[in-house]
Ligand binder design. Structure first.
Ligand code: CA
Length: 236
């Protein structure tokens, strides 16, 4: 909870459905956030330019312009966290939104506790994004970027250079969903895009070495048909 002296984080809610919009606004305000509202993409662009938000909650289906187009425009100048909320069974849209720079997504319907948890993660990641830290620790996993060293519960784990790069990409974006395309592009390079089996094979090897279980993950969560997410780092 925020102290009364600190400025509350600003959250822009972009949603055209009145009931959902009202619910999100009330929930966020009740939890101490300052809420900006927009019901169309154009309105959202204006609000964001007037008061740059710390976090954006974005419905992809907007009446005037596609939510993905809004992300594309926003990303030309804004690096804050974008949490997409969208209806079920639109995996293609979610992947596209993530590739265009959205950080995370929630599928409707969702619970308020889940939404608030994702908002806290988003705000924390946004605050940390500007600080580059040579050592990242996530619940017993320690990745030292300078010494290129990985420890699990204090025990050294030996990774190949490619497995290390894959792990670094995941932990450096902890809390963000990384699509198959993102991982192929940033770990293997542009020629590998489309070869999703690379990711599957190396992810399985990486998990085996870390002792992470895909069915009951400790760090690396699979988002079926979309990509992977690692939980947020421990706060320093
Ligand atoms: Ca909508």
């Amino acid at each position: 909870m925020m102290t009364p002296e600190s400025d509350p984080p600003v959250i822009l809610v972009v949603e055209d459905e009145p009931a959902m919009h009202r619910l999100l606004s009330l929930l966020l305000k009740a939890n101490g956030y300052r809420v900006l509202s927009a019901t169309t993409g154009e309105e959202a662009s204006i609000r964001a330019a007037e008061t740059p938000p710390d976090l954006v909650i974005l419905d992809l289906g907007l009446p005037d312009l596609d939510g993905i187009e809004f992300i594309r425009r926003l990303r030309t100048w804004h690096t804050g966290h974008v949490l997409v909320v969208s209806a079920r069974n639109l995996e293609k849209d979610k992947v596209e939104a993530l590739d265009e720079g959205a950080n995370d997504f929630l599928t409707k319907p969702f619970g308020s506790a889940e939404l608030l948890a994702r908002v806290r993660v988003g705000l924390r990641n946004g605050a940390m994004a500007s600080v580059s830290r040579p050592v990242i620790e996530i619940a017993g996993l320690r990745v030292d970027l300078e010494r290129r060293e990985v420890l699990v519960d204090g025990t050294h784990v030996s990774l190949t250079p490619l497995e290390f790069r894959l792990l670094v990409e995941l932990v450096r974006h902890a809390g963000k969903v990384l699509t198959h395309r993102h991982l192929l592009l940033h770990v293997w390079g542009p020629d590998a895009v489309g070869r999703n089996h690379y990711v599957r094979v190396f992810m399985a090897n990486l998990r085996a070495k870390l002792g992470d279980d895909a069915t009951r993950p400790r760090w690396i969560h699979t988002l079926q048909g979309i990509g992977y997410r690692v939980d947020s780092p421990d706060t320093p």
